[in-house]
Design a protein around this ligand. Structure first.
Ligand code: CP
Length: 312
């Protein structure tokens, strides 16, 4: 298919064909990172700005590596080192960046909707690298890539997403993505961490963790996002780990070949035991590896690289 979309803001706005196109492109690009010389000229002369207003390890570094592997020039700026601290508005900052003719701006922000707002104000393609509690589309795409790589087809799979759903942009984007691709999504966590209207996204909710993971193909564990909670929403981390942490004993409820996933950063001993995090079925680090290929695919599609897959 021909890629016509300017921005990647959320999963809702992507069609099934667009999602498949991104995943297919990422599958094709993954091999570049396994070469001894991990660089192709596809985006030579293109410029990618990484504009991160929240901390990040995986997303920022993988976008930076993705740009470099495609020979694009990447520049990182953060709120604290930009003129935002001198009172410049975000929109003025974005317009100034646009005036330097970058080809893609990758943005993470603590406020939901900020990448969407900027996409209306500047002509440069914007990729949402996570906005508040709203969306993290590139994480959901790399998660779908990782599951598809092992299970071959997302249609008909049963996926459990467990933990602090209320504060999780990863959960929202993954519910929408996996549902779009034909999977069944179950959610579990303490009632205080599950929004009342979340079922409207097409997921089932159970507060019983073991019921949620019974017979599933994939278990995705989430971190408790204390930085977004006004008060801790559970009596203690110890109680949380006992009730909603994934242990070897609880893992037996899932299918024997169930994939164990986590978007990171993970808190060992809280939502997941070290044994489960490092289990043979864990694809947590494969998610990170695939994050590079997936972000290469998005930069390639949005920055208008060579159109022929054989030209990678
Ligand atoms: N998964 C994820 O977004 O991780 P970072 O916050 O480290 O980018």
């Amino acid at each position: 298919m021909t890629w016509n979309r300017k921005d990647i803001l959320d999963i809702e706005s992507l069609t099934v064909d667009e999602i498949k196109s991104v995943l297919d492109t990422a599958d094709g690009l993954k091999e570049i990172s396994e070469r001894s010389i991990k660089k192709v000229p596809t985006l030579r002369g293109k410029t990618v700005i990484l504009f991160f207003h929240e901390p990040s390890t995986r997303t920022r570094v993988s976008f930076d590596i993705a740009a470099k592997r495609l020979s694009a020039d990447s520049i990182s700026i953060s709120a604290s080192t930009s003129s935002l601290v001198k009172g410049e508005t975000l929109i003025d900052t974005a317009r100034n960046l646009e005036s330097m003719n970058p080809d893609v701006v990758v943005m993470r922000h603590s406020s939901a909707g900020t990448p969407f707002l900027l996409s209306q104000k500047i002509s440069t393609p914007i990729i949402n690298a996570g906005d508040g509690m709203h969306a993290h589309p590139t994480q959901a795409l790399l998660d779908m890539m990782t599951v598809r790589e092992v299970k071959k087809d997302l249609n008909g799979l049963r996926i459990a997403i467990v933990g602090d759903i209320a504060h999780s942009r990863v959960a929202r984007s993954n519910i929408t993505g996996f549902r779009k691709m034909g999977a069944e999504v179950r959610l579990s966590g303490p009632p205080t961490m599950i929004p009342k209207d979340i079922e409207s996204l097409g997921a089932e909710v159970t507060y019983d963790f073991e019921e949620a993971i019974d017979g599933v193909d994939v278990i995705m564990m989430l971190r408790i996002q204390k930085e977004r909670q006004r008060n801790f929403l559970f009596p203690s981390e110890r109680e949380y780990a006992k009730r909603y942490g994934l242990s070897m004993a609880k893992l037996k409820k899932a299918k024997p070949d169930a994939l164990i996933m986590h978007p990171g950063p993970l808190n060992r001993g809280v939502e997941i035991t070290p044994e489960v995090a490092d289990h043979i079925n864990s694809v947590i680090l494969t998610q990170v590896t695939n994050g590079v290929a997936l972000r290469m695919a998005l930069l390639y599609l949005l920055a208008g690289g060579l159109r022929n897959a054989s030209d990678y």
